[in-house]
Design a protein. Sequence first.
Length: 229
Amino acid sequence: MNDSKIFDLPKLRNRVQVFRDRASAGKVLARMLEAYRHSNATVMGIPAGGIAVAVEIAKELHLSLDVTVVSKITLPWNTEAGYGAIAFDGTVMLNEDLLTRLNLSKQEIQFGIQKTEEKVFGRVRMFRGNQPLPDFEQPVILVDDGLASGFTLRVGIKAMRKADAKNIILAIPTGHLESVQRIAEEVEVIYCPNLREGMSFAVADAYELWSDLDERQVMNILQEFRDLN
């Protein structure tokens, strides 16, 4: 890679099914992040799928684990597609280019924002309780299970910057090259072992075993880690 901010594994470029599951992807990332072992960095996983990757990094490198709740604002007729995203502190980002083509009314957009805010704040209470945010003066390793467009990640990064995060290390098992290059401008460094190019990109294609995680599974992962620490 020419971009000095982006670290990948050349042997995994443009390949699919390179990880057995999210846990194995987390172990690959942990090896790439060896310099942070026993450091004051905090691993911040994005629920749901990012938590299963983040917990392996935290365990392998003996780091603290926390949660960065973000969620896309989904279309009324398609809950897989979104026109914006909301972060844990209420930061909202709208995809204005997409909105100009969607013909959504102001009321529909506002309803989508309100519904997503309720989801985000509910997850913050569920996953974090009353614990304070980590010290964002120290390095933060932000983790998700993959990067397609990067819109939800960007709102999480924006919220962290508002909370005075100075050093954001983005760790993602797989990502579309163009999206990774765009988001590199917003963080200090990116570790992405499986970079892929092309018109078609799905995060799930990087994994042999893939399924969505629900809130109960995320809570179980977090509780197990807390019990061990």
